[in-house]
Design a protein around this ligand. Structure first.
Ligand code: FES
Length: 122
């Protein structure tokens, strides 16, 4: 893990763009948490591949740069709200130098398959 930081732009549900920096090697989930981004219900299972609330939509080129999606991630993505062709789970995407300046969009809703309450809701 290096200390190098890359900028990432998050586009919120209301279209607001927030530019933050994350360390190379960190997951997008960690970036969201570290930067205290306010995304309702995000990362409810804390990256244990059990919820799908960390669903993020990437742009085409970014999606292609990322590695293969594991079956486990795919299964969860299938359950995510508003799935797209370039969807990934934020807890499974690690920042690399190549992803410098990537933009990720927060889907319009979350679907916590565990149906727990109190996960980030206010
Ligand atoms: Fe739950 Fe990613 S945080 S699947």
């Amino acid at each position: 893990r290096s200390e190098e930081r890359v900028p990432v732009t998050f586009v919120s549900q209301d279209g607001e763009r927030v530019k933050v920096k994350g360390c190379v090697g960190d997951t997008l989930l960690k970036v969201v948490i570290d930067q205290k981004l306010d995304i309702n219900g995000f990362g409810a299972c804390e990256g244990t591949l059990a919820c799908s609330t960390c669903h993020l939509v990437l742009d085409d080129s970014t999606y292609k740069q990322l590695g293969i999606v594991t079956d486990e991630e795919m299964d969860l993505l299938d359950l995510a709200y508003g799935l797209t062709d370039t969807s990934r789970l934020g807890c499974q995407v690690c920042l690399t130098k190549e992803l410098n300046g990537m933009t990720v969009r927060v889907p319009d809703g979350v679907n916590d398959i565990r149906q727990t309450d109190g996960a980030g809701s206010s």
